[in-house]
Design a protein around this ligand. Sequence first.
Ligand code: TYM
Length: 328
Amino acid sequence: MKRMLSGIKPTGRLTLGNYIGAIRNFVNYQNDYEMYIFIANMHAITVPQEKAELKRNTKDLIALYIACGLDPERVTIFLQSDVHEHAELGWIMTCNSYMGELQRMTQYKDKTAKGETGITAGLFTYPSLMAADILLYDADYVPVGVDQKQHVELTRNLAERFNNRYGDTFVVPEPLVEKVGAKVYSLQDPTKKMSKSDANPKGTIDLLDEPSVARKKIMSAVTDSIGIIQYDPENQPGISNLLTILSSLSGESIESIVARYDGKGYGDFKKEVGQCVFDFLTELQNKYKEIISSGLIEKVIKEGDEKARYIARKKVNKVKKKVGLEIF
Ligand code: TYM
């Protein structure tokens, strides 16, 4: 069975973008792959985090993984900071990364271009740690949204560089980016990614939003004056985004939705998308509430950490030998 690995940062509350671009795919793939899914809390602290909030977001993320349908019996769910090997291999990967290639990573480039101050060294070397996350487990595939594809490409380069220099050590992973939903856009500015850190809460649907609030956000989503429901991201980014959301949550193809709305207006369409999001969040949050009060997340993480550690330790030992960090 091929291996798959992915992770999400517990920064802010999870969005519908995280669900559609990532978690939904983890759930769809869990029967066909040996799956490792983690909480990237070491990545979270590359920007300042308030302690209590980080803890709450971490627990929420574990509960939401399970509420969204990840089966802990099948999937190894673990906490990055509990598996020390991430930090260990992360450092070795940092020492095999060039400043130039890290400077080309869009996340860092965007922040510096905006003139942001207070960018940490951790944020700069973040992609090297991400490479370690993936390479520790010999992952064949990494399911991610479009914004993370560049990091997986860098991981491939680092793996190949290491293998060339030290001999075959790492599996070279492939990013897995879905055709529909790999980038969900802001409801208020459908040219921008829906993001946990968006200053305008009306643009983002949080998985823990009150379902009626989420429905209102859909109803007030920015569209256009063309008046035809069709998938045309260039000229109708708002409508196309809503089509992506409805198709991803309902399983109905975009073509079939478009055909149903032939000759109909945006009002009816938004109502259906709003209702679909409302129903989805209601069901999800009921499960989330049960999980969070059940004590299950502690058990899941304890077991997941143990399985992850076993694999990660073996890999780090092998790497240290190859590099010359182990002398006996
Ligand atoms: P993060 O926490 O920003 O996002 C988690 C996942 O959600 C996807 N995503 C989206 N997909 C579609 N539309 C959106 N609007 C949207 N917003 C987010 C992301 O593409 C991602 O798949 N660096 C990673 C975490 C990480 C990781 C890893 C992932 C650390 N180590 C190893 C994979 C493998 C991150 O910041 O994701």
